[in-house]
Design a protein around this ligand. Structure first.
Ligand code: ADP
Length: 482
């Protein structure tokens, strides 16, 4: 098949969160199976691609304003990457906004990008079977396609919702600026409580909707759709497909960033060395018998930092050390730095986005904290398991689908999870994990090592999920034909 992804992130060119991982690794896996994949991306200022080739120049009319843009092409693992170069919109320091908040003209930036992608697709790409769009940033592709690109009518549209909390909601008056007629400003279409909702438009106009885990597919149609439950329930085709990770890139046996490589047979010594190394890097001089819990994520409310903040002083008292690696909201940066100050010597942090450091930390950590309020899929916990860092997670969305609580299933347990989103439940779960961890020093007690071994032997590669996507693409094509 020929699939065209339109997305706002694609690793390693640009990644803010899991979306970047998914676009790159799914595309790569499809190509490995012999499919043809192209990805259309904004040419952000931060993108440092090699062998970029100028293709053509275009002008488009968005709400009566003419915008010039250039299309460039590059390659990544046999994936064709098309870069839309428009300096006013994408020649900025950040992708979505500064730490103070999103860019105010994001509606124009991503409306422009969606329209420009369809122009690119019409003129430059070979006609694909399916256009696969991702999140609100590219949701308008489905809307513009129905409105203005009748010659692309036979191409099916699949929309994947990676994070339904972000919908691209803007005041109604912007509609003329993004070239969408007022007829679409109604509850059956883009209107949402008197505002414009890009994601809702994408849902209404796409042929198939997917989200990134089976549990989350149910959640978004019942209690966690952030207001879009009803619209989603009305769609006939809503599926949940668990994300995979790039198992080649995320492999502790070959990862060049690690102090010492290790695998499922050598993790005892390997993880110990990496732990000593990473603690030294972060200036923690505590006894190595204390478990090291890592947090690697966007600093945002969703990631459960409020729970961690309430639980951390007690967790340090019961014997935990912590390392935080994250960037994001100023408010949560402040909270993290405050936790460090309150627990000097036991808690360390770096406020930055740093892929290499994250790898060292996954390798050195005993536990990985992901007490997210909600989590559509979550990539962090899967990487953590592959690196033998045992996840402690809130049982929601993809976390519920990927982590088996040790006390619920002794034999197959891969981590620890809690149901109530309260700091007490979280702390209690950390205490449960601590009890098992401490027994690690008793000879003949293999409980902890069994959990690590279970976690490391999980297959979170795309092998299984990519087949499900192929089925979805075929379904979408069939729907289009009938
Ligand atoms: P989300 O997409 O909501 O941000 P995911 O768990 O799906 O969360 O994906 C997060 C990805 O971003 C993981 O690959 C994680 O390792 C990476 N990541 C998050 N924060 C950082 C950071 N500060 N430095 C390096 N990698 C990070």
């Amino acid at each position: 098949m020929n699939i065209c992804f339109v997305a706002s992130e694609c690793e390693p060119l640009v990644k803010v969160g899991g979306l970047g991982d998914v676009v790159q690794s799914l595309a790569k896996e499809l190509v490995n199976l012999g499919h043809q994949v192209s990805v259309i991306l904004p040419f952000y200022k931060s993108i440092k691609a090699k062998n970029v080739q100028f293709i053509t120049q275009h002008t488009l009319n968005l709400g009566g304003v003419y915008y010039d843009f250039h299309i460039y092409k590059t390659h990544l693992d046999n994936i064709d990457i098309f870069l839309i170069d428009q300096k006013t919109f994408f020649g900025r320091e950040y992708v979505y906004g500064t730490p103070k908040g999103p860019y105010e003209d994001n509606y124009l930036r991503f409306a422009f990008f969606s329209l420009a992608s369809l122009e690119t697709l019409s003129h430059v790409c070979h006609t694909p079977d399916v256009i696969h769009i991702h999140d609100w940033h590219t949701a308008l592709v489905a809307v513009y396609k129905d409105l203005y690109f009748k010659h692309l009518d036979e191409i099916a549209t699949v929309l994947t919702i990676h994070n339904i909390a972000f919908q691209g909601i803007f005041p109604g008056y912007i509609l003329p600026q993004i070239g969408i007629p007022w007829e679409l400003f109604n509850p059956e279409d883009l209107e949402f409580y008197n505002q414009v909702n890009f994601l809702k438009g994408g849902i209404v106009h796409s042929d198939v909707i997917t989200t990134v885990s089976k549990t989350h597919a149910k959640e978004i149609q019942t209690n966690m759709g952030f207001g879009l439950e009803g619209v989603l329930r009305e769609k006939r085709y809503v599926f949940g497909i668990l994300n995979g990770i790039d198992a080649e890139s995320w492999n502790p046996a070959t990862d060049k960033s690690l102090y010492q490589n290790y695998d499922i047979n050598t993790f005892k010594a390997g993880k110990e060395r990496n732990k000593m190394y990473v603690k030294e890097l972060f200036g923690l001089e505590t006894p190595h018998t204390r478990p090291l819990a890592a947090f690697i994520a966007r600093l945002a409310k969703q990631k459960g930092l409020d729970l961690i903040e309430k639980a951390i002083d007690d967790a340090v008292k019961i014997g935990y050390d912590f390392i935080f690696l994250g960037s994001g909201d100023y408010y949560y940066q402040g909270k993290v730095l405050d936790m460090v100050k309150r627990n000097m010597g036991y808690v360390a942090a770096r406020i930055e986005y740093n892929d290499i450091l994250s790898r060292k930390l996954y390798a050195g950590a005993d536990m990985f904290l992901m007490p997210s309020e909600y989590e559509p899929c979550g990539i962090g916990q899967m990487i953590a398991m592959r690196y033998g860092a045992i996840p402690i997670v809130h049982k929601t969305g993809g976390l519920a689908d990927t982590v088996v609580d040790y006390h619920e299933d002794n034999e197959h347990g891969t981590g620890f999870s809690f149901e109530d989103y309260t700091y007490k439940d979280f702390l209690y779960t950390m205490a449960r994990a601590m009890v098992v961890y401490q027994k690690k020093n008793i000879p003949e007690d293999n409980e902890w090592y069994n959990i690590v071994s279970n976690a490391m032997s999980q297959d979170f590669s795309w092998r299984r999920s990519v087949q499900e996507y192929i089925k979805i693409y075929k379904t979408a094509k069939l729907i289009k034909m009938h």
